[in-house]
Design a protein around this ligand. Sequence first.
Ligand SMILES: [Zn+2]
Length: 240
Amino acid sequence: MRLPRVLGACVLAAAVLASGSDAARPPVVVLDPGHDEYANLATEPIGPGSSTRKIKDGGGTSGVVTGTPEAVLNLRVALRVRSLLEHAGVRVVTTRTATAGRSIGNIARAQIANRAHAALFLRIHADGSANPATRGTHTLYPAFHRGWTDDIFVASKRAARIVQGEEVRALGFPDDGLQQRPDYTGFNWSNVPAILVEMGFMTNPTEDRRLATAAYQQRAAVGLCRGALRFLGRSPGGCR
Ligand SMILES: [Zn+2]
């Protein structure tokens, strides 16, 4: 539809004003490097008001060749993403900055994102499988659940699609696509768009060896940064 000239000018002025205030208050991305040094086997409800409970954190996987704990890899990548995003003018909050304690659990992680009014809650993980041949990158997002995720479903799915594309391009691992999850506590408690990226499989020798290198950790970080910036409507060229 063609806007009348005067209305078009008003819309344009409003857009300029909006981008001006965005520049004054940059968006916040909450980075959530999965797990911690120790698992947390206490349970918590999988969503607000739910009688279904899951353990807070089973502890994650580890590298089949390198022995790297997943929590360590997740944090290394997250700290690289933080510096890339901050360099691009995005404010960053992280759910942890060391791998040195008992995992806080997934409600607590979501609450950090909620309190920060995050534009994106970006959860960083690597996967494990009993089958060492299983490999590739995939991204999880919340399933639709009225009262829990109805307000974040569409944006989360869009973020998942964008970030998955950038992460696959950056890492060059197989594209295992997107997966909707109704049972992820950290999604169901989130009031802000939330995704969880499984960068690769640490139980696959090739992906474990690669993800253990600084070069691949940087690739993973650039992919996540580019995806986050594109989701925020910013140029991904800022991820340097
Ligand atoms: Zn994990």
